[in-house]
Design a binder for this molecule. Structure first.
Ligand SMILES: [Cu+2]
Length: 176
């Protein structure tokens, strides 16, 4: 019944460039909810949840260490909250790219970005992005505040044509 049984082949490919990190942070099942018949999902995206990486993390993960898998075509709601008491943060869905941008770029999926992409949302501010998960492919969930994403403040979104249900997976963090 858990989404973790979903096969996620790209994560295996990413293993080619992993940095061994040992046990990672925990994934809270409450972060992800979904309605399979309705093909809707909701993900709680929490900026600066922990002190990891100077709080430049989402849900305690950095550098792609967490992957949200969403089946192709599902209506997706990402509820953003900035838990960081110090810095503003934002989020947008972007295409994977090297090097990572140091400024916000055009979102790879229409409407998949928070307010105040460059300035960031202040501590405990929230915003919700709603979009249709398409086209299939690999994306980054990236903080648009200048320098944050390039410093590791990004996780992954996989829009999957084969997944039967959404999932949250710990994935190898990439080194730079
Ligand atoms: Cu940030």
């Amino acid at each position: 019944m858990t989404a973790r049984s979903v096969v996620y082949a790209p994560a295996v490919l990413l293993a080619l460039c992993i940095t061994p990190t040992g046990p990672g942070p925990d994934i809270d099942p409450a972060w992800l909810s979904f309605d399979t018949p309705a093909k809707t999902t909701r993900f709680q995206l929490i900026a600066g949840l922990t002190g990891l990486n100077g709080a430049l993390n989402f849900n305690g993960f950095r550098d792609g260490g967490l992957t949200l898998v969403v089946p192709l075509g599902w209506q997706t709601e990402i509820d953003f909250r900035n838990h960081d008491g110090m810095l503003p943060h934002s989020a947008e869905i972007i295409a994977p790219q090297t090097p990572l941008p140091v400024q916000p770029v055009s979102p790879a999926i229409p409407r998949a970005f928070t307010l105040r992409l460059t300035e960031g949302l202040v501590s405990e501010a929230t915003d919700t992005m709603r979009f249709t998960a398409q086209p299939a492919g690999e994306y980054l969930i990236f903080c648009g505040v200048p320098g944050h994403g390039a410093a590791g403040m990004w996780i992954r979104l996989s829009v999957s044509a084969s997944a039967a249900a959404p999932a949250l997976l710990a994935t190898p963090a990439t080194s730079h």
